[in-house]
Ligand binder design. Structure first.
Ligand code: ADP
Ligand code: MG
Length: 765
């Protein structure tokens, strides 16, 4: 947390002033409680819409808060605490607020959204999954409706019609992927009547640090059917014969794998080629070899993916859960499928793509809420220009965070962990165990079973089922083992969801949270701890760490890792183990920030180009611009066509022609830039810095894209046959993709700083 802390010390004064302004507005609102309380249901809408909230009088703000409090009381059955209204005020002012788990952010966010919507804005409340989007829309909807606002939500199962209806509402609940995919899918539309029109007005992001920081560089991808660049069976077979150390090396942090000299020779022999690094092979065989190395030696079954129902399912690293509908870039997906011997799924061509960060960047205004915002303050400011406000908790937090227990190796850590869970469980106190990945959950589950401890495991299969399980995690005698994001957003009440045994659990000390290892950032540790001690409940947390944990091994040199330990338990006495983990975590946090900044430098330009392209596309789609342009290219032909087929048909045909070429151009551009990014360090050798070089190429290509699309459209216009309904592109080998699908690439290996790419760079060092 070091960086963020220092940062906030510098910024502290502003935050203090803003917080006190929010506080006084909330205090003033109580003066209008009688006014709001006396209002009939059908008077709320008019009263609320008559208020001037932006730059308006303090009185209007106070009246708004009083109305919202009354509306929540009547329709949600919850009377907002002052701190919840303060949080709403800060979000309304455009901040990300930090409010602890269980403080009632759902209600705060809905009130902030109401403020924006009453001023004429459309607000997207962005949640982390479909289950929560659905839950929150149903939960908060009645309050928003009482205030005269319309509310909708989108989930994966929403139809096109339902989506269009949802996006026309004042407040829309949806997950980042669902709304993002809708934005991408708009690029497939060729008839304006098919648009579903998600707006880009206000985004209010729940679990803001997860979405805006942890997932920022995850690309949302729209793909269509064509063939991919997967390694051939021959390449895969050759790579599988390689031996670690001798033929290839894996970085300690498992980000890169690269061939040694010996490895390259072995591949050359196997494939019977003279020189793997010859220009003939660099863009083809070598790419395939690197993809295969990645698939075979970096991606681990049950850690990075699982094999289920004959399919590869990715495990989202930051959430430690199965990521439905996600796949790796084509070649890699096919390589892993081949490695595991499952049917190779169809490869696709990327038609459009957008990182989460670029997606959020499209909104005019962004604000958000999370239990851990301050620690992400530096990134939120640097990448989104967002401020952070910390809101006091309603009741003081009395959770006891115990000191870490550090062990010399993974084995002694696990032994101690299991002992500890069993011992706490024996008292009846509920235990929530947070693991890093599915494999770890399963190993722990096996050990707990062996010890006769009963437990529930959440491996992120079904958000709704998980929510129901985690809701009971605070009941007497429950042990719940869960990966990072599983069940997030669901309240853990002491004594079970009905709080039947609340008193008993309070006497037992509340919920006890156990971390099986420190995360790569302290912020994630704190998210886990925050599951205990909600709303002033008793609770405790403790983390176990070992000197073999990823975070330690990848960040610290061997000689900096303490080795002296108790010979029987393996425990490292004193503070040295703990200090080492703290240090490793700070190093890792710094590295991650750098990777983020660096990768963003590459993606930002493409995001800007995408905006320009989307604008151009929108004009072609919604106006007669294409008709005008092609008419000005050949007025005579145009007039003849209009005479024969009618104006409507020609307008439609021209639009389809120009959209087709523009879309092709963009897909090609993305492909080119992906290739460039993979080889940029080669091209840039001895010249400019790679980023400048990348930018130069991207700008050149993009300029050509626009001109080429026009030229190609003109020649299509000259040659293609028009009918009374327009043109038949398919008959002219200009088919649109027959099937399209969307996915998110977690842990994108193609990203700069990522695996295949750097693996390839290393090969050339
Ligand atoms: P968070 O998102 O901050 O973790 P939630 O919005 O999920 O919190 O709410 C946590 C719990 O607090 C829910 O069970 C909710 O019913 C309860 N809650 C929220 N606001 C209030 C309130 N004003 N009074 C009483 N309970 C509340
Ligand atoms: Mg929440």
């Amino acid at each position: 947390m070091g960086f963020a802390n220092r940062f906030w010390k510098l910024m502290g004064s502003t935050q203090g002033r803003d917080t006190s302004r929010a506080q006084s507005a909330v205090e003033a609102s109580h003066g209008f409680d009688e006014w709001a309380g006396g209002m009939a249901d059908d008077e709320f809408a008019d009263a609320a819409h008559g208020l001037q909230l932006f730059g308006g009088s303090a009185e209007d703000l106070a009246r708004f808060l009083a109305l919202a409090r009354e509306a929540a009381t009547r329709r949600v059955g919850l009377r907002p605490f002052d701190v919840q209204l303060q949080g709403a005020m800060r979000m309304f002012a455009g901040d990300v607020v930090e409010m602890a788990t269980g403080e009632g952010k759902t209600l705060s966010g809905a009130i902030a959204a109401a403020g924006y919507a009453l001023q004429g804005h459309t607000v997207h409340i962005i949640s982390i999954n479909d289950y929560l989007a659905h839950r929150d829309a149903g939960w908060m909807g009645p309050m928003l409706e009482l205030l005269g606002l319309s509310v909708g939500h989108v989930t994966e199962s929403s139809s096109r019609r339902e989506r269009r209806a949802a996006y026309s509402c004042d407040v829309v609940y949806g997950s980042v992927s669902e709304i993002g995919f809708d934005v991408l899918r708009e690029q497939l539309v060729t008839d304006p009547a098919d648009l579903i029109a998600p707006t880009t007005d206000v985004a209010l992001v729940d679990e803001a640090d997860s979405v805006l920081v942890d997932e920022a560089l995850v690309p949302l991808v729209l793909a269509g059917s064509t063939s991919g660049e997967a390694p051939t069976g021959e390449v895969l077979a050759a790579v599988r014969k390689l031996r670690p150390g001798r033929h290839y090396e894996v970085d300690s942090d498992r980000r890169n794998v690269f061939l040694t000299e010996d490895g390259a020779r072995a591949i050359e022999t196997e494939l019977d080629i003279a020189d793997l690094y010859d220009t003939e092979h660099v863009g083809t065989t070598l790419v395939q070899v690197n993809v295969a190395l990645h698939a075979c030696f970096l991606l681990r079954r049950d850690v990075d993916y699982i094999v289920r129902d004959g399919r590869i399912q990715l495990i989202n690293a930051s959430r430690g859960r199965v990521a439905e509908l996600q796949r790796w870039p084509d070649g890699l997906q096919a390589a892993v499928e081949a490695k595991e011997g499952v049917a190779v799924s169809e490869a696709g061509e990327i038609l459009d793509s957008l990182t989460v960060q670029a997606f959020i960047g499209r909104y005019d205004k962004v604000c958000g809420m999370t239990g851990t915002a301050l620690a992400a303050g530096a990134q939120l400011r640097e990448f989104y220009g967002l401020g952070v406000s910390q809101i006091d908790s309603n009741a003081p937090c009395v959770r006891v965070d115990e000191a870490d227990r550090a062990y010399v190796d993974a084995d002694s850590k696990t032994r101690a962990l299991v002992e500890h869970i069993a011992a706490v469980h024996a008292t009846g106190q509920p235990v929530l165990v947070g693991t890093h990945d599915v494999a770890e959950s399963e190993e722990l589950a096996a050990r707990l079973s062996a010890k006769g401890v009963g437990f529930a495991v959440l491996n992120a299969k079904n958000d709704e089922e998980e929510a129901a399980i985690i809701a009971e995690a605070g009941d007497v005698g429950h042990v719940t083992v869960s990966t990072q994001m599983a069940g997030r957003g669901t309240d853990i009440r002491l004594g079970g969801s009905d709080e039947a045994r609340h008193v008993e659990v309070v006497e037992l000390g509340g919920l006890h949270v156990v971390g099986t290892g420190r995360h790569r950032t302290e912020r994630l540790d704190n998210q886990l701890r925050g599951r205990a001690g909600r709303q002033g409940d008793p609770g405790s947390s403790v983390f176990f760490a070992s000197m073999e944990d990823d975070v330690v091994v990848s960040a610290l040199e061997a000689e900096k890792i303490p080795a002296a330990h108790d010979k029987i338990s393996g425990e490292i006495n004193g503070n040295r183990g703990r200090d080492a983990v703290d240090h490793a975590q700070r190093v890792t946090e710094g590295e991650m920030l750098q990777i983020h900044a660096n990768t963003w430098r590459y993606s930002r330009l493409l995001a800007e180009q995408r905006d320009i392209l989307a604008d151009r596309r929108s004009v072609l789609l919604r106006t007669e611009k294409a008709f005008e342009e092609l008419t000005s290219h050949d007025a005579e032909r145009s007039a003849r066509l209009v005479e024969t087929h009618g104006r409507g048909a020609v307008v439609r045909g021209c639009r389809e022609i120009m959209l087709w070429h523009l879309d092709r151009g963009w897909a090609r551009h993305l492909e080119t830039m992906n290739d460039v990014r993979e080889s940029i360090h080669l091209r840039a050798l001895g010249r400019e810095n790679p980023l400048d070089e990348f930018h130069r190429i991207a700008i050149d290509h993009f300029r050509d894209l626009a001109a080429d699309a026009v030229r190609e459209s003109e020649s299509t216009f000259d040659a293609i046959e028009f009918t009374d309904t327009g043109v038949d592109l398919e008959a002219n080998a200009m088919a649109r993709p027959t099937s399209t699908w969307t996915y998110m690439v977690h842990d994108n290996p193609m990203a700069a700083g990522g695996n295949v790419f750097s693996g390839m760079m290393s090969t050339f060092r």
